[in-house]
Design a binder for this molecule. Structure first.
Ligand code: SF4
Ligand code: SF4
Length: 158
């Protein structure tokens, strides 16, 4: 009985090895189908998959303007408190008080890249960037303010 099982195991292992080698042999002859990236050797030519999500960012235009109204929908949508929206009141040219964003604080170290905040944003003020290599020695560097210093909201965004 023991010998039978032993022989079965040996043949099972050989079969499994043959399956693996067959796959290896296939890719030797089908180079264009290989999707594994030789990182970091290919840093200059690295192609990221469309669906890859690296971090939440807030795009600004050339006038240092963004689309964030400070509505806090992203903060409410985030399942793990990665985003904190701090608001302030601006004074409009008519002298009225208007709620605006002071800081949008983002804790990259907590983010699961679930994209829920991006989907929840009614003004498309935040997007997922394809950045990576986020390792740092000091975790406080992973806490970011997404709106740039002295930036303001774009004209026409309410
Ligand atoms: S991607 Fe998900 S976890 Fe990250 S900030 Fe947005 S909602 Fe939160
Ligand atoms: S990023 Fe979007 S959802 Fe978040 S506070 Fe700004 S406008 Fe609202």
């Amino acid at each position: 009985m023991f010998i039978t099982n032993y022989i079965k195991d040996v043949f099972g292992a050989l079969k499994s090895l043959a399956v693996g080698l067959k796959r290896t042999g296939y890719y030797f002859t089908h180079h264009k189908e290989i999707i594994t990236e030789q990182y970091p050797d290919n840093r200059d030519t690295l192609v990221m998959a469309d669906r890859f999500k690296g971090e939440v960012v807030m795009p600004h235009n050339e006038n240092n303007e963004h689309k964030c109204t400070g509505c806090t929908a992203c903060e409410l949508a985030c399942p793990n408190a990665t985003i904190k929206v701090i608001t302030k009141f601006d004074i409009t040219p008519e002298g009225k008080k208007k709620k605006a964003i002071d800081k949008l604080v983002y804790h990259l170290e907590l983010c699961t890249m679930c994209n829920l905040c991006v989907v929840a944003c009614p003004s498309d003020a935040i997007v997922m960037a394809q950045t990576f290599e986020h390792s740092v020695y000091d975790r406080s560097e992973l806490t970011k303010v997404l709106n740039k210093p002295d930036s303001k909201i774009m004209e026409g965004i309410e």
